[in-house]
Ligand binder design. Sequence first.
Ligand code: 1GP
Length: 250
Amino acid sequence: MGKVMNYIHSRLREGALHMTLIDPDKQTATAAGGIAAKAAACGTSAIMVGGSTGIERKGLDETIDAIKAATDRPVICFPSSASGISTKFDAIYFLSMLNSASPRHITGEQAAGAMTIKSFGIEPIGMGYVIIEPGMKVGEVGMAEPISRADTQSAVGYALAAEYFGMKLVYLEAGSGSPEPVPENMIRAVKGAISVPLIVGGGIRDGAAARMVVEAGADIVVTGTVVERTNGVENLCEIINAINSAAKKK
Ligand code: 1GP
């Protein structure tokens, strides 16, 4: 097992985790470093870097450098395509958008990027990425056929398929900025069916929502948008505290 996956597993033994998503296109490198420092102080376990649109390489490297200068938490690439991979990442979520209508997002970009990952020596972490309604921008860009919020059975099917493919993580994604997180009963059903760690993200903006997803079974909670807002870091601390206390009760 790679170093970052090992770290994730060892942190998971203490309970559910939080990861902070930073879109390198949305702020300067210095500001990204500031977000990472505050997120780490609140107790985030890793920084994910990615966005739905193309990332310019120089800006990306500067953002990763600023994050690494601010915290020793792993910096994980959360890619939207084969471009935007930097040698500076500690690991990459090698994800397949399982419910995309386009083979490009299931295996195409992955084949295009695999050799880059190997030559850069970045740790790949295989992940089944499943888009739940509304799916937002990532669903659109990835040509997803988002799973209806009522269709728990399909979500379970995709998640279990990911595990059977040998993927190390399953990510249920409502989409960045989603008005609501993934439904509670869907998280519960998926968690009940799989044995790999379950990541849930999209639309989690306060402690109550974070508590709901952890109590339903999420092992890793991802938030992005919350830190882009004024006072966002206070909300982030509230979210991480809620995850920690919900995890203890589980
Ligand atoms: C998006 O799940 C993440 O990929 C985070 O979503 O920006 O809504 O927190 P938010």
